[in-house]
Design a protein around this ligand. Structure first.
Ligand code: NDP
Length: 282
């Protein structure tokens, strides 16, 4: 019998999840269908309940519903609780519980560490942005024992409150908020700068002082574009960064972890990333 899965968001037309999961299913011989659903900003909770009642086994959740998805679940993984948001739901028919996970963080870590070979231990990391994606990736980044994680955001108050809430969730960790002016003052370069803002989606670059870049600085953008070179990555190269990557690898890896959580099978992500990159370039 065919099992059914979906991704919900608003907007949803741009989502690559249906292609990725179709490739995973083909590759691993899983009998499943995966569709995209436009979420209703008012009636999201009712929609999700209806889908799980009618045919869904699992659901991916994207902007702007990740916090609401977490609130819907009665059982939550610790990484979803720490993030305060869920991008993956499943219905456990044995317990009749809706369960929530967050696979964004593990997706980033697999792309950074396993595919790109970038170690975070003892490294100085700067994260730009304080939205849902930053919440998802912060826990796994801090668990990798970096020397320091500095966070900066266009709206400073949002970054301050995120740092405070994550400190509570994670205990003592080297996580600090840096205002733009402080970064200028300290003038210290970072080993890794992660753009977790949505600025690249509009071809914009979040403002940053030049002192944060050095030749060894790795630039990683969670956003992705067909060419692989987002506005942020082009800017990073101008500043002297030699190793740059966009978030397509993370997208495939977070999807693979969701697939594993649902089906118990971990797909071959290298092959799917290659197929997706060439499909995007067409
Ligand atoms: P949110 O809407 O929750 O947060 C957006 C963040 O971007 C905020 O910090 C916001 O700052 C900042 N921002 C937006 N525009 C600008 C700008 N022009 N200049 C500076 N800062 C800006 O989005 P998410 O956190 O969910 O997503 C962030 C990015 O990560 C998106 O590009 C998304 O596509 C990507 N993403 C990629 C994934 C992957 O698998 N590759 C997974 C999840 C997300 P402020 O607080 O001031 O508004």
């Amino acid at each position: 019998m065919t099992d059914h899965y979906a991704v919900v968001g608003n907007p949803i037309g741009h989502s690559k999840s249906p292609i990725i999961h179709r490739l995973f299913a083909e590759q691993s011989g899983q009998d499943m269908e995966y569709r995209a659903e436009l979420g209703d900003l008012c009636d999201f909770e009712e929609q999700v309940a209806d889908w799980f009642k009618s045919d869904l086994q699992g659901l991916n959740v994207t902007l702007p519903f990740k916090e609401r998805a977490l609130a819907l679940a009665t059982k939550k993984t610790s990484r979803a609780v720490i993030a305060g948001a869920s991008n993956t739901l499943r219905f456990n028919s044995k317990t009749a519980e809706l369960e929530a996970d967050n696979t964004d963080g593990v997706g980033l870590m697999r792309d950074l560490q396993d595919r790109l070979g970038i170690e975070l231990k003892h490294k100085r990391i700067l994260i730009l942005g304080a939205g849902g994606a930053t919440r998802g990736i912060l826990g796994p980044i801090l668990e990798a024992h970096p020397a320091l994680v500095a966070l900066t955001n266009r709206t400073e108050a949002r970054a301050v409150s995120l740092v405070q809430s994550m400190q509570i969730a994670l205990g003592s960790c080297p996580l600090v908020f840096n205002a733009q002016s402080e970064l200028v003052q300290h003038h210290t370069a970072f080993d890794l700068i992660i753009n977790a803002t949505s600025a690249s989606l509009k071809g914009e670059v979040p403002p940053l002082p030049p002192g944060v870049w050095a030749e060894q600085t790795v630039a990683y953008d969670l956003a992705y574009v067909p060419s692989g070179e987002t506005a942020f990555l082009a800017y990073a190269r101008q500043q002297g960064a030699t190793k740059c990557a966009d978030g397509l690898g993370m997208l495939v890896e977070q999807a693979a972890e969701a697939f594993y959580w649902w089906r118990g099978v971990l797909p071959d992500t290298a092959q799917v990333l290659k197929q997706l990159r060439s499909a995007l370039a067409k």
